[in-house]
Every structure is written in structure tokens, then in C-alpha cells.
Design a protein around this ligand. Structure first.
Ligand SMILES: NC(=O)c1ccc[n+]([C@@H]2O[C@H](COP(=O)([O-])OP(=O)(O)OC[C@H]3O[C@@H](n4cnc5c(N)ncnc54)[C@H](OP(=O)(O)O)[C@@H]3O)[C@@H](O)[C@H]2O)c1
Length: 340
């Protein structure tokens, strides 16, 4: 497994494992997954040399951390565990309390990468980073990271911490390529790390979903699975399939390999099965040719998803259409009967 060396963290595998799915009802994977499937995925990830495991106090909430900590067992201190504080009121005392909860659930005394889950729109980073800095000084965490930060806010967080905030975890995939423009060049110039979340666009880049086969749960709210966007993404998926076919790999693997072709970038795909995890891990060793990377980048940049679509409303309308059509004669008969 290829890795990147990151200050304060040591080697970080370029493919990590995202664990939001563990114990989270919104993915709809059920109890068997939480009880056994998730553990099997973590054990296999360790065997395959994955060292980066991402979680958050809010996933589950708390369940993802518990399941991950238990599944890692004795090896939990040998990997780069990454968790996150939800900064609702990120005052130093509360940041410490959140850290304590996460460390306890994970079963560790030190969390290698502790991230601020999202920028607080009201509380500045000068406040949040006081608590994070104290944890760093005491060795309770190995490095400070942020998540969902713009480049400007990442720089402000640096200033507030008085040291480099080592990573920024952001939505980044062929279907959400914005970080290419600013975060990736910054990470490359400053030796930081971009951690790509939803690197498979929540399964869209696996190539199996379409208008007649859409995922439910939390993904029913994802605009990318709306009818219009499923249409708009087709040209991108066509290029992805072509590149994948040329290497005899699955589309998901080519999508991950494209991310890993970007400097200072690692990806943390979630997995619903051990088989998916194995596919994703193998992508770390897949080298795309420069012209393939360029073709995928061009297709990613050309993809212009509709941003205002409400997938639920859209779907309700679509599903109601045929139902209403079928119901019309019945309603007409009822109306006639009432008139009589
Ligand atoms: N910091 C944040 O705000 C934030 C936000 C979101 C996520 N995250 C982190 O990022 C991680 C990953 O993001 P994500 O789970 O949103 O999206 P993702 O990794 O893009 O998608 C994961 C889903 O894609 C499908 N999949 C995985 N491997 C596949 C393969 N080889 N072929 C085909 N389909 C495959 C699986 O769903 P099916 O099999 O059911 O289709 C899986 O649950 C999360 O677990 C979490 O740790 C962080």
C-alpha cells in the first residue's frame, strides 16, 4: 500500500477507510453490518496495509468510534486514527470533553489526527484552536486537522493554531472536483494533506446507480442522485468506464486512482462489504497515464451538477405521476358515483 509521510502522523496510506457507515442508521446497512460486517472490513483493511481510519463523534453518534476501536483491537495504537469534534460550541473545555469521549470510545490515550468537523460560522478559529493546541501540546493528539474548510479559513486556522493545521478533509471526487483549484495546490506547496471524503460520490462513481436504481437512506438527499444530475453525469461516467476498461479494473478503482494522481491527496472511501474494501485498497497501486488523468479531469470539470434540485421532491413527483395516471379512472368513477 502506497503512503504519504505527514508531519506528526508518520506514513498515511493513500487509501484509508471511512467509517461513517458503521452503526449509522442513515446508510441503512442494518444490524449485521454493524455487528459483524464492519469488523470484517476493518480486519481486512489492516491486512491490506491500510493505516488511515477516519471516524467522528457525530457518526452513529459515537457508535462508529466504538465499532472501529473494538475492531482494531490491539492494533488501534499502530494506525493513524482520525476523529473529529463537532464544533457546535468549540470552547477549549468542550473541545477537551469531546476529545475525552472520542478517546474513550476508540479505546486510546492519544488520537493521531484530531479534526474540527466543520467551520463554525460564528465562533472564530482563535477560540476553537486554543483547545486543539492544548491537546497537541499535551500529546493527547498527534496533529490538528480541519474539515470542510475553504482555503482562506484553513489559513486562518493555521494562524490561530500558531502552527500548521496539517490536513483538510473535504468532499473531493470526479463529481466534486473543486479542491483541484485551491486546496490541492496549497497542500502541495505547504506539504499538507487533503483528505478526500465521499471519493466515490457516495457510490455514484461505482457505476451501478441510475434513474431506475437509486440508493435510499441518506443518499436520497444527495443531489447527485437526482434525475437531472444522473443524466448530466453520464458523459463523465462514460470517460470513467473507458479508462477503467483500459486497465481491466472497476470504475470505482479508476475514480480513486484519479484522486491519488493528485499531489498530497489521500482518499477515505466507505465500504458496504469486504469485497468493496479490497477493490478500493487495490486502487492505491493503479497508475493512470497522464492523458487518462487529463481526460478524467476535463470530464470532471465539464460536469455541472444542478445544485438546487430537491431529490426527494423530484422523486415524489416522478413516483406520483404514474400513480395519479392509474388512479384517475378510479377517481372519475368515485366522482360519478357521488353525483348519483
Ligand atoms: N468530514 C465530513 O464532513 C465527511 C462527510 C462525509 C463523509 N466523510 C467521511 O468520508 C467517508 C467516505 O465518504 P462517503 O461514505 O460519504 O462516500 P463514498 O466513500 O464516496 O461512498 C461510499 C459508498 O460507496 C459504495 N462503494 C464503496 N466502494 C465501492 C466500490 N468499490 N464499488 C462500488 N461502490 C462502492 C458503498 O455503497 P453501496 O454499496 O451501498 O452502494 C459505500 O458505502 C465516510 O465514511 C466518512 O468517514 C466525512
Amino acid at each position: 500500500m502506497r503512503s504519504l509521510t505527514v508531519d506528526g502522523l508518520g506514513p498515511v496510506s493513500r487509501i484509508g477507510l471511512g467509517t461513517w457507515q458503521f452503526g449509522s442508521r442513515e446508510w441503512g446497512y442494518g444490524d449485521d453490518y454493524a455487528d459483524a460486517g464492519a469488523t470484517a472490513i476493518v480486519r481486512r483493511a489492516l491486512e491490506l496495509g491500510i493505516t488511515l481510519f477516519d471516524t467522528a463523534e457525530v457518526h452513529g453518534p459515537g457508535k462508529s468510534e466504538r465499532i472501529l476501536g473494538a475492531a482494531l483491537g490491539e492494533q488501534r495504537d499502530d494506525v493513524v486514527l482520525a476523529s473529529k469534534v463537532l464544533p457546535i460550541a468549540p470552547f477549549p473545555k468542550l473541545v477537551r470533553k469531546a476529545w475525552q469521549g472520542s478517546a474513550q470510545r476508540l479505546g486510546v490515550r492519544r488520537i493521531p489526527l484530531y479534526q474540527v468537523h466543520q467551520p463554525n460560522p460564528v465562533v472564530p478559529d482563535t477560540v476553537t484552536m486554543k483547545g486543539m493546541g492544548a491537546l497537541l501540546d499535551e500529546g493527547r493528539i498527534g496533529a490538528v486537522g480541519v474539515s470542510n474548510y475553504t482555503l482562506d479559513r484553513w489559513r486562518l486556522a493555521d494562524e490561530a493554531l500558531g502552527r500548521p493545521v496539517i490536513s483538510n478533509q473535504v468532499e473531493f471526487s470526479l463529481a466534486a472536483a473543486g479542491p483541484l483549484d485551491d486546496l490541492v495546490p496549497f497542500a502541495e506547496a505547504e506539504d499538507r494533506l487533503v483528505i478526500a471524503y465521499s471519493p466515490l460520490a457516495q457510490g455514484l462513481l461505482g457505476g451501478k446507480y441510475g434513474v431506475d436504481n437509486r440508493p435510499g437512506g441518506v443518499r436520497a438527499m444527495n443531489k447527485l442522485f437526482g434525475t437531472e444530475n444522473l443524466r448530466r453525469v453520464e458523459p463523465l461516467l462514460a470517460v470513467l468506464r473507458e479508462v477503467a476498461d483500459a486497465h481491466h479494473v472497476a470504475p470505482a478503482q479508476a475514480a480513486l486512482a484519479w484522486l491519488l494522481a493528485q499531489p498530497r491527496t489521500v482518499a477515505i472511501p466507505g465500504a458496504s462489504s469486504v469485497e468493496q474494501l479490497e477493490f478500493n485498497a487495490a486502487a492505491a497501486d493503479l497508475d493512470l497515464a497522464a492523458d487518462e488523468v487529463a481526460a478524467l479531469t476535463a470530464a470532471a470539470r465539464a460536469f455541472d451538477p444542478q445544485s438546487t434540485v430537491s431529490t426527494l421532491a423530484e422523486r415524489a413527483k416522478e413516483e406520483a405521476g404514474p400513480l395519479l395516471e392509474r388512479a384517475t379512472p378510479v377517481l372519475d368513477r368515485v366522482r360519478q358515483a357521488l353525483k348519483r
